[in-house]
Design a protein around this ligand. Sequence first.
Ligand SMILES: Cc1cc2nc3c(=O)[nH]c(=O)nc-3n(C[C@H](O)[C@H](O)[C@H](O)COP(=O)(O)OP(=O)(O)OC[C@H]3O[C@@H](n4cnc5c(N)ncnc54)[C@H](O)[C@@H]3O)c2cc1C
Length: 517
Amino acid sequence: MPTAIVWFRKCLRLHDNAALTWACESSEVDSILPVFVMDEELGSGGTGGIGFNRARFLVQSLRDLDDSLQRELGLRLRIVRGGYLETMEAIIRGLDGSTPYLAYEYCSEPKSLSVSAEISGWELSGGMDFESRIFSGSHTLLDIEKTVSSENYSNPKSMKDMERIFQRQFGVDDFGFYDIGEPLPPPVSSKPMSEIVTLDSEVGISDLDEYLINNYPRRVLEAPYFRGGEGEALERLSRKVSGEKDYVNNFKKPRTSSTNLDEDHREPSTTGLSPYLSTGCLSIRMLWSECKKAYLMGEHTQPPESLHGQMMFREMFYLLSRSVDNWDQNTGNENCKDIDWGEYDSELVGCWEDGMTGYPYIDAMMRQLEETGWMHHLGRHAVSCFLTRGQLWQSWTAGRDVFERKLLDSDWAINNGNWLWLAGVAPFSMPYYRIYNPCPDSKSSLNVETNLAKFVRHWVPELKDYPSKYIFEPHLAPLDVQVSSGCIIGDDYPLPIVDRKESRAKNLERFKLSLQK
Ligand SMILES: Cc1cc2nc3c(=O)[nH]c(=O)nc-3n(C[C@H](O)[C@H](O)[C@H](O)COP(=O)(O)OP(=O)(O)OC[C@H]3O[C@@H](n4cnc5c(N)ncnc54)[C@H](O)[C@@H]3O)c2cc1C
């Protein structure tokens, strides 16, 4: 009887994992070999696609997965460093006995699709003896491939379009909810391999820990606010969603505070589940289902503001990123208007990334990102608008790269989609002339706590003793206030890198001119 190689790609969990459940339950499978392939990303020393927080979160998630595989199913996660294709080929060829299965979840990113296409090619050509089982709808609610290839599909631009797509793919159940189906429970029994298989380039979790220590000797000492792993994901789900029915039913995204909870400057006012959804420590179907349980208890908010609405935006970006060519590019991308962004200015982008723009709200957000790997959605609005059409006139791709490296929830489809949105260049963008004031007051749609301004005081400690009146625009404080607050602007904290009003007016003009080309 054959072995099933269960290849964990973006579902680092036991619950709602169709590939793992199939392997555990199938009568065609005799033994299971769980594998995670770490391609070159983590080896980049943090300068490439994955920075410290992301790398640590991934290592924690892998440790948690290995622990639960051992504890619940008597299996070991085998982590192999190398290219996806070479690794898979070596593993398949290295297995003795009957034709093995390769079971894995569908991923819609171009790189993953080309890997899957290559693997299907091996299977079809008969050059290698194995059978694939690919499971769609594991990382998303929709079957992305089925949706974008359906006859009546056209690219969604709004929540109304998404509602039509959901209605078509799922229909509605007796309670009027899209009939999405329940998440799979974790498998209860398994089939460990009877003999030990040697894998080339295998690494243990301790090797990955060592990698973090060697590459980030100081940062590994910092306690993470968000810890990776399915256990943490389920705990947060229970604390923020399952156990908080009123919160779920009243959830209105545009009303949530961008400056987090008053009592804890690191705890999101939203669910904070995005890092777990992106790594697949939490299934999106599980979150959908837990919200639905709350909705069944009484009145609740609706898309686009509701939590279901947030998840539908997520699906929208998965669809678009699959159907729009060059989704991550400024050119050749039908969802991106051709704007003459300024030359890449490393000094401006550097000040923005380091939280040294002289605009405390922007700087607080960027410093929070650096330390915790997370930022509220409206904070992301503010800093992306500031970098692009608002103040600095830099291409959205420059900011996208920084987010990709630093966000714990970094996700190719969603990150590019939101940057397109905020840069004002996409069909679904907000009007380009609606520019956020980087010095918000209490009425700002960025929902900022301005009275005590605790968030800014925490993340920009240079300003911790400033009167709230000046804290969002400290260069306007009279010199005696600067002296008595212990922070001279220009010496202890930067002067604004650009004049916000002048740059705004100039950039609006530039945007308009680009559109007239
Ligand atoms: C410039 C920019 C870049 C972004 N990059 C990413 C990214 O790389 N990865 C990412 O997951 N989100 C990204 N977002 C979307 C959004 O900010 C985060 O998903 C959200 O803040 C995560 O916090 P939460 O889990 O508390 O969200 P909640 O409000 O609790 O929402 C629940 C879930 O819905 C999904 N969701 C919510 N808002 C959006 C949205 N606008 N688009 C797509 N899905 C959404 C997320 O999976 C989220 O975890 C970006 C937003 C902006 C403006």
